[in-house]
Design a protein around this ligand. Structure first.
Ligand code: NAD
Length: 468
């Protein structure tokens, strides 16, 4: 009699309608993870020996597949984590562009020729892959973040195991299917599904996973960093933020209001680069506040699949509860609630009203803790100096923006602001795939992702000295 192996699965839920199951995902066992790692390790040498332009062609084929599946993957993303369909489509299109950008890496230079003190020698650097990469990703950008890790890892000759967030594993399955359709060799691109504390941890601790690239919370990131360091694996951590926008008396207030709303509340405030602290110069504070509240009150909240929805639900029940608790804590600490602050009672899902607080003391939790929800806190300051001091008063340093037409204020801000992404007259959220991305302070392990910076993490430099 053949014994049937029982498969355990977990459900992926639609946060706009929590009774709707979007899909079932396998809770893989530790034995299965060990097999996946072994497969990825076996495939790596062969993959790394392909000429890099040929690896690039595989990435182009994956981009073609993702483009073909754009509509379906975007709908799945909206159902799984709630962002509006327009945002989901934008993200998936970005995924296509990421694959194409890193496909092109196969044709670009990977080293330098360095003059030697020996006249008969040639000295140069080249880059080699690390081996098997474990990519551990969050639910807020379920297509773009996995791809901005997977694409460079593959382009430089590594094989990859993606461990997506539990909440968006159905989207991840569809993304990985694009690589299968593009006929990547067996074992080059792999998916590991299950709980982070078990499956993610197993990848981090596996001796044959050479490097871990992680995006997610500070708590988990730090644990991963410790484990990776202990066994000598390379690691990269991209974590939280508490991103400020400064609005000075020299700003175009209408532009600043629109960008504050878009940067703070799009994706229901669940972008790592989302605006959360709004620091406004006193001369324009009242005008700005009035315009901001008028605009916030017009926001339509609902199911992201509906065409007129501007803001969807929070992605998970835990997020929903965390955000309501953070709002409650803000009120208890004495901040003034200007608008919002409640769940949307007319809707069944994990919907919270767009919320704005003011007169917040900068030591309060609303000013210091990452909320990751549709909550803005306003601060009144005397001028640019105080604004930048406040903006820098955070353990995080991911992104920051300023609205001003004054060149001196722009220069002071770009020079003194401690953040990895600085934006002038543009919202704090907004990452271009061809530029380096990452944070300062507790937002990152001080490495950078995307653009040409990706080569630093996904390869190791070899210095070669050849004497004839
Ligand atoms: P999370 O840390 O809870 O989970 C991230 C991933 O880690 C998931 O895949 C999860 O399964 C896995 N994981 C959990 N415990 C693990 C463990 N012990 N070992 C290994 N893996 C484990 O984060 P989240 O709630 O999914 O995402 C929200 C956070 O992500 C926010 O803090 C946000 O700021 C951050 N984020 C940062 C960036 C950035 O680029 N800096 C981008 C997006 C999101």
């Amino acid at each position: 009699m053949t014994q049937m192996k029982t498969r355990t699965t977990f459900q992926s839920i639609n946060p706009a309608r929590p009774t709707e199951v979007v899909g079932h995902v396998e809770d893989q066992s530790l034995e299965e993870i060990a097999e996946i790692v072994a497969r990825a390790k076996r495939a790596q040498l062969r993959w790394s020996k392909l000429p890099s332009p040929e690896r690039g062609m595989y990435l182009h084929r994956a981009a073609d597949q993702l483009q073909l599946q754009l509509e379906d993957i975007s709908i799945t993303m909206t159902k799984e984590m709630g962002k509006t369909l327009a945002e989901a489509k934008g993200e998936t299109a970005r995924g296509v562009a990421i694959l194409r950008y890193f496909a092109g890496e196969g044709m670009r230079e990977i080293g330098q020729v360095i003059p030697s003190t020996d006249a008969d020698a040639v000295m140069y650097t080249t880059r080699c892959p690390l081996g098997v990469i474990g990519a551990i990703t969050p639910w807020n950008f379920p297509v773009a973040i996995p791809l901005w890790k997977i694409a460079p890892a593959l382009a430089y000759g590594n094989t990859v195991i993606l461990k997506p967030a539990e909440e968006t594993s159905v989207t991840a399955q569809k993304v990985i299917a694009c690589f299968q359709e593009a006929q990547f060799p067996e074992g080059v691109v792999n998916l590991a599904t299950g709980q982070g504390s078990e499956i993610g941890k197993a990848l981090v601790e596996h001796p044959h996973v050479s490097a871990i690239t992680f995006t997610g919370s500070n708590l988990v990131g730090k644990q991963i960093g410790h484990s990776a360091l202990e066994r000598g694996a390379k690691y990269q951590l991209e974590m939280g933020g508490k991103n400020p926008v400064i609005v000075t008396k020299n700003a175009d207030l209408d532009v600043a209001v629109e960008a504050t709303i878009s940067g703070g509340l799009k994706s229901t405030g669940q972008k790592c680069t989302a605006t959360s602290r709004v620091i406004v110069e006193e001369d324009v504070y009242d005008d700005f506040k009035e315009k901001l509240l008028n605009a916030v009150e017009k926001i339509t909240v609902g199911d992201g699949l509906k065409a007129n929805t501007w803001m969807g639900p929070l992605a998970t029940k835990a997020q929903f509860q965390n955000v309501l608790e953070a709002i409650d804590k803000g009120k208890k600490e004495g901040a003034t609630l200007l608008t919002g602050g409640n769940r949307v009672s007319s809707l069944d899902g994990y919907f919270v009203e767009p919320t704005v607080f003011e007169t917040v003391d900068h030591s309060m939790s609303l000013a210091q803790e990452e909320i990751f929800g549709p909550v803005l806190a306003l601060f009144r300051v005397a001028g640019i100096k105080e604004a930048i001091e406040l903006a820098n008063d955070s353990i995080y340093g991911l992104s920051a923006s300023i609205f001003t037409t004054n060149i001196q204020e722009m220069l002071t801000f770009t020079s003194d602001m401690q953040a990895g992404l600085i934006r002038v007259n543009a919202e704090s959220a907004g990452v271009e795939l061809q530029a380096p991305f990452g944070g300062m302070k507790n937002s990152s392990s001080h490495s950078r992702e995307q653009g040409r910076a990706a080569i630093e993490f996904f390869t190791s430099v070899k210095t070669v000295f050849v004497k004839g």
